[in-house]
Ligand binder design. Structure first.
Ligand code: C2E
Ligand code: MG
Ligand code: MG
Ligand code: MG
Length: 291
C-alpha cells in the first residue's frame, strides 16, 4: 500500500543520510592523515599585473589527492575541516608551507613576488593566536611581512572581534585582501570603513561580465571607487582575452585565471617566472603557461 511505500522511503532516506555521514567521517580521518603524510599539498596560481603582464603574486590553494577517492576539491574539504573543527590545522599547514615556498621563490631571484593565503572566518574563531602564528611563519621563512597577503571574506570584516585581529595583522605589515567580493551581501560601506589593501572580484561576476551591461557599469565603477580609496582590484577567474581587455579598459589592477594559468606546483611556478624573464617576452599575456 501507499503507507508501506512511504515507510520504506523514509527508511531508505535515513540509510542514505547515514551512508553520507559515514563517508564524511571517513573523509575527515583521511584529511587529518593527509595533513601528516604529505598528501595535502599547496599549489600556486599566478596573479598578473594587468599592464606589465608580469606575475606579481601567487595565490596559495590547498590541493588534496586521495589514493582511494582521487582529487577532492578544497570547496569540499575546507568546509569539512571547518565543520569538524580542525580548519586551523589546515590553515597552519598552508601558512607555513607557502611562506617557505615564497622564500624559495625569492632565493631563485624573484624577490618582488608575494604570496596570497586564504584564511577562513572559522580559523579566527577557533584559534586565538592568529597574529603570533603569522608572525612566526614569516620569521621562520625569513620573508618580509608585506610579501604576505591574507585573503578573507566580508564576514570577517563585519565582525568587530575578527576585524580587530586583522588590524593587528595589518600592523605587522601583512596585507589584507577582501575575497569573493560581489557575492553575497558585499557592501561599499564595508570597503570604506575597513581598511584593506586588495579587493578580489569573484569569478561568478567575471563570468557574466561580457554579456551583462549592468555588471560592466558596476565593475568599472567599483574599480574607480577602490582606486580612489587606495585599494588595488584583482579580478578572479579570467578565462578569455575579451574579459582581460574589458577589465584593462575599466582600470583593473590585477588579474588571475585559467587564461594565464591554473594553480601549479612550486617548481612549475619558478619555471614560469624564469620564462617571463626571457627577452622578447615583454607581455607574458599569451596564456602560454597552459591550463
Ligand atoms: P578562492 O579563494 O576564491 O580561490 C579561487 C578559486 O577559483 C580557486 O579554486 C581557483 O582554482 C579558481 N579559479 C581561478 N581562476 C579560475 C578560472 O579561470 N576558471 C575556473 N573555473 N576557476 C578558477 P579552488 O582551488 O578549487 O578553491 C576553492 C575555494 O576553496 C577557494 O576560493 C577558497 O575559498 C577555498 N580554499 C582553497 N585553498 C584554501 C586554503 O588553503 N585555506 C582556506 N581557508 N580556504 C581555501
Ligand atoms: Mg582566495
Ligand atoms: Mg576568491
Ligand atoms: Mg571565489
Amino acid at each position: 500500500s501507499a503507507k508501506k511505500t512511504n515507510v520504506g522511503s523514509v527508511a531508505l532516506h535515513s540509510q542514505q543520510i547515514q551512508a553520507a555521514y559515514l563517508q564524511k567521517i571517513e573523509l575527515k580521518h583521511k584529511l587529518k592523515q593527509a595533513l601528516k603524510d604529505g598528501t595535502l599539498e599547496v599549489h600556486y596560481q599566478p596573479i598578473v599585473d594587468c599592464y606589465s603582464g608580469k606575475i606579481t603574486k601567487f595565490e596559495a590553494l590547498a590541493r588534496w589527492h586521495d589514493a582511494e577517492f582521487g582529487v577532492i576539491p578544497p570547496g569540499q574539504f575546507i568546509p569539512l575541516a571547518e565543520e569538524f573543527g580542525f580548519i586551523h590545522l589546515i590553515g597552519q599547514f598552508v601558512l607555513e608551507r607557502s611562506c617557505r615556498d615564497l622564500a624559495e621563490i625569492h632565493r631563485a631571484g624573484f624577490t618582488q613576488v608575494s604570496i596570497s593565503i586564504n584564511r577562513s572566518v572559522n580559523e579566527f574563531k577557533v584559534s586565538n593566536n592568529q597574529v603570533e602564528q603569522v608572525a612566526n611563519a614569516i620569521a621562520q621563512a625569513g620573508i618580509a611581512p608585506n610579501s604576505i597577503t591574507l585573503e578573507v571574506t566580508e564576514s570577517i570584516a563585519t565582525n568587530s572581534y575578527t576585524w580587530h585581529i586583522l588590524e593587528k595583522l595589518r600592523a605587522l605589515g601583512v596585507q589584507i585582501a577582501l575575497d569573493d567580493f560581489c557575492t553575497g551581501y558585499s557592501s561599499l560601506s564595508n570597503l570604506i570603513e575597513n581598511q584593506v589593501d586588495f579587493l578580489k572580484i569573484d569569478k561568478s561576476f567575471v563570468d557574466s561580465l561580457l554579456a551583462d551591461q549592468a555588471k560592466q557599469v558596476m565593475i568599472s565603477g567599483l574599480i574607480q571607487i577602490a582606486s580612489q580609496l587606495g585599494i588595488a582590484v584583482i579580478a578572479e577567474g579570467v578565462e578569455t582575452d575579451m574579459q582581460l581587455q574589458l577589465l584593462q579598459r575599466f582600470g583593473c589592477h590585477f588579474v588571475q585565471g585559467f587564461y594565464f594559468s591554473k594553480a601549479q606546483r612550486l617548481d612549475k611556478c619558478i619555471a614560469m617566472l624564469k620564462q617571463e624573464c626571457q627577452p622578447f617576452d615583454a607581455t607574458g599575456l599569451s596564456g602560454k603557461n597552459g591550463t
